[in-house]
Design a protein around this ligand. Structure first.
Ligand SMILES: Nc1ncnc2c1ncn2[C@@H]1O[C@H](COP(=O)(O)OP(=O)(O)OP(=O)(O)O)[C@@H](O)[C@H]1O
Ligand SMILES: [Mg+2]
Length: 364
């Protein structure tokens, strides 16, 4: 919602004192203000706003029309009031924000039919700042909690990945070594033993893969660039999809951001392999001052967004939650036949850029 639909476009501003009370105006079929309640006028007086801009006799549609040149909310308000006046809608509700006394304030505009003499509709502006702020607070609490859960989950994944890699990996390597040395002394059993050795190697690869998908070890040591490149290369080979990767040479990001982007990439590639039937995909990471963007696209069958929303699995939900937790945005675009694009943008404070320590890239 645009912040420019300030109260001053429709009612006097800034608001203070009786801001909690509804302000009401009654309009005729043409949108001209026929009557206003005391709050409406009192506010104008209190705040030295130009009462004549919103007083009885003024055309409220014209007020909205003028404001709508630069403000989406005013445009929406204009359409909404007109639709109630012409009987196309039974009512219209618009929540919008405005700055009042240099603080954010929130209002709900409600338009309903009100037939009395020449009056056709009532316009009410209700101050919903308290409700919105407490809603924001609970959202923030839920987000903080989700962030902590994600962090604990990542630590646990890292621990399990390390156990698999270090402990089980080493035991399997020893087993393989023993089979190797048995093979030289086994006489008739050489063939059977070589099969056992091959299976042990398969198991070792599977465990290595499991360990890496549980936790991207490369991230801490070699940074986002190498991790994305290596992951895409391995994934592309395993699924026979050509994946084009563009990552800036000197990509450096905070660890939490890198891990979040890696998880989004991981789920997006799983989705491409599982649902898209794509032959190629592209992964582009851009790091600009104050903004990081990751875009993953495929040339597969795409999907109808509405249907995917209904059967949305854990993938999109967990991607979105992860991105929101670090203050970013996730957008998914898809149309049947034209492929899918997953786009993540994460705003970053200047001090966060370059927070990740990066060792030399082994691919360069
Ligand atoms: N790249 C893609 N190409 C085509 N369809 C996709 C693509 N990505 C997602 N979808 C569609 O969107 C739906 C939701 O994806 P999401 O990742 O949330 O769930 P899922 O992959 O079905 O299950 P989960 O991720 O929990 O294993 C999928 O079921 C699929 O229909
Ligand atoms: Mg999925």
């Amino acid at each position: 919602m645009s912040a420019t639909f300030s109260h001053s476009t429709v009612v006097p501003s800034p608001i203070s004192g009786s801001a909690g009370s509804s302000r009401i105006a009654l309009i005729d079929r043409q949108g001209t203000i026929v009557a206003v309640n005391r709050n409406w006028s009192d506010l104008a007086n209190q705040t030295h706003a130009t009462l004549s801009d919103v007083a009885v006799g003024v055309n409220y549609l014209s007020v909205c029309r003028r404001a709508s040149v630069s403000c989406d909310d005013a445009r929406e308000a204009l359409d909404g009031i007109q639709s109630v006046l012409t009987g196309r809608s039974r009512s219209f509700v618009l929540d919008y924000s405005a700055e009042v006394d240099r603080r954010p304030a929130y209002f709900r505009m409600v338009v309903t039919p009100f037939c009395h003499g020449s009056i056709e509709a009532a316009i009410v502006h209700i101050d919903i700042t308290k409700i919105q702020l407490s809603r924001k607070k609970s959202h923030q609490r839920a987000r903080d909690y989700a962030r902590r859960l994600i962090s604990v989950q990542e630590q646990e994944r890292e621990r399990i990945a390390r156990e698999i890699h270090d402990d089980l990996g080493n035991r399997i390597a020893l087993l393989s070594f023993s089979v190797h040395s048995l093979m030289s002394r086994s006489g008739n059993y050489g063939h059977e033993l070589s099969e056992v050795r091959d299976r042990i190697e398969d198991l070792s690869h599977a465990m290595r893969h499991l360990s890496h998908s549980l936790h991207p070890h490369l991230l801490r040591h070699f940074g986002i660039r190498t991790t994305l490149k290596v992951f895409c290369e391995e994934y592309g080979k395993a699924c026979s999809i050509h994946i084009d990767v563009k990552v800036p040479d000197a990509a450096q990001l905070p660890e939490e951001t890198s891990l979040c982007l890696f998880r989004v990439l991981q789920e997006s590639l799983h989705n491409i392999a599982k649902h898209s039937a794509a032959t190629s995909a592209s992964v582009v990471l851009e790091i600009e001052p104050g903004l990081t963007r990751l875009v993953i696209s495929d040339n597969g069958r795409g999907f109808v967004q509405e249907m995917a929303r209904q059967k949305e699995g854990l993938g999109f939900t967990s991607m979105r939650e992860r991105v929101l937790c670090i203050g970013g945005q996730l957008k998914i675009h898809s149309t049947p036949g034209t492929g899918t694009q997953v786009r993540v943008t994460i705003p970053m404070a200047p001090k966060e850029v370059g927070a990740e320590s990066v060792e030399p890239d082994p691919l360069r």
